[in-house]
Design a binder for this molecule. Sequence first.
Ligand code: ADP
Ligand code: TZP
Ligand code: MG
Length: 247
Amino acid sequence: MSAITAQAVADMLARVRQARPRVHCLMNSVVQKFTADGITVIGGLPSMTGSLEEVESFVGRADALTVNLGTLDAERREAIRLGVAVARAQGKPWIVDPVHCDYSPSRLAFARELIALQPTVVRGNRAEMALIGETPGILRIVTGPVDLLQLGKTSVEIGNGHPFMAQVTGTGCLSGGVIAAFLAVEPDALAAASAALTVTGVAAERAAPHARGPGTFSAAFLDALAAVGDTDILSLARIRHDHPEHD
Ligand SMILES: Nc1ncnc2c1ncn2[C@@H]1O[C@H](COP(=O)(O)OP(=O)(O)O)[C@@H](O)[C@H]1O
Ligand SMILES: Cc1ncsc1CCOP(=O)(O)O
Ligand SMILES: [Mg+2]
């Protein structure tokens, strides 16, 4: 990967807005609306069904798939297996968010079953990713105050974001949907995910001064994701490459 610059992030966002990628989300039941809104305002077209009769068709028509384990039951596991099989057969990018795998051994086992199928990306918070461990050949993302992205020996840190993000349920899940939208237009997964997290972090920084607390931040964040542009990205992006060959 060549260095991911602020200009490259802005250009990639423009490509997302122009291409309007379809992102199918096998999303938990808690943050379906917030995640769909996040994908929409960034320029993508979300779809959310988890119905066993429909998942194969929807993933077949999508440009990328996001798989989120936040609320799991037997039917949802089956829908995820079906959706992942289509994404793999058609070579579509897909991302796994192993939400709360640190709470439940059976969820952790399911996350590991999916990771063995080589998703493009695995993203979680620090507690979740500590249990997931290394993911050889798969882009590994640990979000938090600073987001760490690792693929092989290459790593990138994104310093953008705002503490309000940790006070709104679903910002991590939404970031998975936005990453999927960027994966749909950019085959370099590390560049795509770095750009997606820079855009969400910059939007959060633009939103925070307009918020009175987490509730108004949530709305201001969606407004800012819709409005974020080149000037914001070029002035606020904080992207660090940890390997000299990528500086
Ligand atoms: N203290 C913080 N400061 C800035 N950004 C944060 C902070 N905490 C979380 N974020 C951002 O919020 C989003 C969700 O991250 P995180 O809270 O780690 O995931 P999850 O919601 O899955 O627990 C990421 O985009 C991350 O960069
Ligand atoms: C609270 C909760 N419970 C099941 S899914 C979910 C949402 C998790 O969202 P995020 O990890 O993005 O904050
Ligand atoms: Mg999460």
